[in-house]
Design a protein around this ligand. Structure first.
Ligand SMILES: *Cc1c(COP(=O)(O)O)cnc(C)c1O
Length: 373
């Protein structure tokens, strides 16, 4: 926290607007809309947003939904909430996101069988936008809804546009580990304002207007308790004001790794294409075992022994016990990225001294490796 978060929360307490209605919520949605250029509804979490996105796309039990296999489980869980079936798709080797060539083949094949998926969920992994132009062009002729899971990419750009605003529906997260946080929270945006209003209604138990005007609740649709609170909205408002600072800080962390580790063989950063602004939510590298001397897992253990928390790149969903029964188109690239990928400490609050310590241990890991093997 470091902007006006405390002030907006104080205002919520002072005015006694502490629940799911209030001035912070109204202001946050306005400010978020102004930033990204689309109508927005504030929600309890990114996962709630993805669930409502399934409903907006008309996903019904038994429908197929395409999901990249290389992502966090929250991307796909809402598909199961609706009793639909995920079809996993492999990554591009370069940017690690959904592979458009595989997507084109898959949709072509399903179109010939006359059983197209209801939606495609695209994830912008670690703050790098997927190939949205290609994906949009592939999906449009088939009439398949594209949902952007932008939970990790708030602040990223794609050809100058905000990540999460390119397709029909975009979802953002303010979870504690994301670019900015409300301690929790999410946001859904859509090109069609009617979709945002439908999501807003469903997020508040789907209450219809009461003809008597006395809150004699009328329900004609299934609703959820998915609204953000006015207290959380206060925190997010303050954080939104410093989003650009956070992006700059995370990018600076990445740049220090890139220059500081340039001489260490066998470490390759996740790419950034010239058309995109990668937020470097996480600084991710691939470890080449032969050149570096350790596998990614060995390196993570080595760092852990020095009290440094590093993690693998997401474990592909098609390898998860819960999801291995579902179809996966390809998968070898994602498995390889999981095997070789490492996410280094990337917090915006990481001090230069701490980062120097991390890099010193990384160099040491490489230098000691031949002796240990
Ligand atoms: C964090 C995350 C989510 C879930 O967001 P929550 O706000 O934690 O529910 C969804 N998808 C991806 C890719 C994420 O990283």
């Amino acid at each position: 926290m470091d902007g006006n978060e405390r002030r907006y929360v104080q205002e919520a307490f002072d005015s006694n607007w502490l629940s799911t209605v209030g001035p912070n919520l109204t202001a946050l949605e306005k400010e978020f809309s102004a930033l990204v250029g689309l109508p927005a509804v504030a929600l309890a979490s990114g996962t709630a947003g993805l669930h409502l996105a399934m409903r907006l796309a008309g996903v019904k039990p038994g429908d197929e939904v395409v999901v990249p296999t290389l992502t966090f489980s929250a991307t796909v869980n809402p598909v199961l909430y609706e009793h639909a079936r995920p079809v996993f798709l492999d990554s591009e080797p370069c940017g690690w996101n959904l592979n458009p060539v595989l997507l084109a083949d898959f949709l072509g094949q399903r179109a010939r069988q006359n059983r197209l998926p209801k939606a495609v969920v695209v994830v912008h992994l670690f703050g790098l936008s997927a190939a949205m132009n290609e994906i949009q062009e592939i999906c449009r002729p088939h009439g398949v809804t594209v949902i952007e899971d932008a939970a990790e990419s708030l602040g990223a750009r794609y050809h100058g546009k905000h990540s999460g605003t390119i397709s029909d529906i975009g979802v953002f997260s303010f979870n504690g580990n994301k670019m900015i946080t409300g301690t929790t929270g999410g946001m859904l945006v859509a090109r069609d304002p009617a979709k945002v209003e439908a999501a807003r209604k469903w997020s508040q138990q789907a209450r219809d207007a009461d003809p008597l005007g006395v809150n004699n609740y009328v329900h004609s649709e299934l609703g959820f308790n998915y609204r953000m609170s006015n207290v959380v909205a206060g925190i997010v408002r303050g954080q939104l004001e410093i989003l650009e600072t956070r992006v700059a800080q995370r990018r600076a962390v990445f740049d220090r790794y890139r220059t500081g580790l340039a001489e260490v063989p066998g470490l390759t950063p996740q790419a950034e294409s010239p058309d995109c602004r990668h937020t470097r939510w996480l600084s991710c590298f691939l470890v080449d075992e032969k050149k570096f001397g350790l596998t990614a897992v060995e390196l993570i253990r080595f760092l852990d022994a020095a009290n440094i928390e590093a993690r693998p790149v997401w474990r592909p969903l098609h390898t998860q016990p819960l999801y291995e029964i579902f179809e996966c188109i390809g998968g070898g690239v994602a498995e390889d990225l999981n095997r070789r990928g490492i996410c280094l400490p990337s917090s915006s609050s990481l001090t230069v001294t701490d980062q120097e310590f991390v890099m010193a241990r990384l160099r040491e890991a490489h230098e000691l490796a031949p002796i240990r093997r």
